[in-house]
Ligand binder design. Structure first.
Ligand SMILES: C[S@@+](CC[C@H](N)C(=O)[O-])C[C@H]1O[C@@H](n2cnc3c(N)ncnc32)[C@H](O)[C@@H]1O
Length: 356
């Protein structure tokens, strides 16, 4: 076991032989001090608390081909898993910009990457929604490659305080940036049955959207936590679709939480804006990779890339998505739904965008 540094602290108390709750997983939350324990968690095909396992790393490096001297953008920095691998390929004189909308995890990631030895000329990070990437053009004349790995990181999902999952009790928040906008609980209180039904249907294809919406609307004043939301969804399904097997109920819970998350973070609006802005930010022959996790995202990326190909903005795109290998899906079950797409900018992208 790796040695613990600094003054000895009493271990966090928990019931039983293994920590079950997030805050009890003090070893996983301190990977630098407990690397062996973290490795054991990975070998059990789980994601250690407070970390994120990057997905399709080899496939993404193959698409982006980061080179020394280039300037790249990781538009969804997260834990910095992809960024770290990309940076290695760009040294000594490349520069990676990293942005993320999350003000809670971002400082930890910046510190971690800086501590790995990258200075401000090599790694340039800040809090920014990727809808606003045009702002970066005041500092650079475009990027040689751009990566977006959409959705949420494991650190965000696994932290019950952020309310991203029905698996833990927590406030029903689901915001990537909790300092902006309204929480999912507030959104629920402001929504009509029609709005809720549309949200569950359009954001997650929930087959029981209208039944669940009716129950949530009736009980909206009593829903403040993740558990309360999931209990009312389960109650609704057990009344209106009693034949559903537990696995199908779990799928509905996942879809409903996803629908709320997409709504409170305006994820489709941000993605559409990002895709519209990409051609202004990528250099001729530049490489773009986007990793999506559900059909609503993948469809948007495909449509935008196909449109760009037709207009000559992109010279090639992936018509079929690249999937994580069977081994990756086995080792990291969170990668199962991932789909990777690429677009390569044409030589005269600038002229096309400027209508020349
Ligand atoms: C799947 S994680 C990325 C993980 C990262 N690639 C890694 O290897 O650690 C997605 C990240 O995107 C961020 N994100 C989601 N929507 C965003 C947006 N509109 N603008 C910027 N960041 C966003 C989330 O906060 C989260 O940290």
């Amino acid at each position: 076991m790796a040695e613990e540094h600094g003054p000895r602290k009493r271990r966090v108390r928990y019931k039983g032989t293994h920590p079950r709750h997030y805050k009890e997983k003090y070893k996983e939350l301190n990977p630098d001090h407990y690397s062996d324990d973290v490795q054991k968690v990975l070998e059990r095909r789980q994601t250690p608390a407070g970390t994120h396992v990057p997905i399709c790393v080899d496939e993404i490096l193959e698409i982006l081909k980061p080179q020394p001297g280039e300037i790249g953008l990781d538009a969804t920095l997260g834990f910095g898993g992809h960024a770290t691998q990309i940076l290695e390929k760009m040294m000594p004189d490349g520069c990676l910009y990293g942005i993320d909308v999350d003000p809670i995890e971002l400082p930890n990631t910046i510190t971690r990457i800086q501590n790995a030895g990258y200075d401000a000329t090599q790694f340039n990070a800040r809090q920014l929604n990727f809808a606003g990437i045009l702002k970066l053009l005041s500092e650079t004349d475009g990027f040689d490659f751009i990566l977006a790995d959409l959705g949420v990181s494991s650190m965000q999902i696994d932290n019950p305080g952020r309310g991203f999952t029905f698996k833990f009790e927590g406030p029903l928040d689901l915001r990537l940036n909790p300092t902006r906008g309204i929480s999912a609980a507030q959104l629920l209180k402001k929504s009509s049955i029609k709005m809720l039904t549309e949200m569950l249907d359009e954001n997650a294809d929930e087959p029981y959207a209208s039944e669940i919406s009716e129950t949530l609307f009736k009980n909206r004043e009593n829903i403040e936590t993740t558990t309360q939301l999931s209990d009312f969804i389960k109650e609704s399904l057990s009344e209106k679709a009693p034949f559903l097997k537990p696995e199908a109920v779990k799928k509905s819970l996942q879809r409903c939480f996803q629908a709320f998350r997409i709504a409170v973070n305006d994820e489709f609006g941000a993605l559409d804006q990002f895709l519209r802005n990409l051609p202004w930010c990528i250099k001729p022959h530049g490489r773009i990779a986007v990793l999506t996790f559900h059909s609503g995202e993948d469809h948007r990326v495909l449509t935008s890339f196909e449109d760009g190909l037709e207009k000559g903005i992109y010279k090639s795109i992936s018509h079929t998505p690249i999937r994580p290998s069977g081994q990756e899906q086995y080792l990291n079950p969170r990668s199962t739904s991932a789909r990777l797409r690429f677009a390569i900018a044409s030589e005269n992208i600038g002229d096309i965008m400027n209508g020349v």
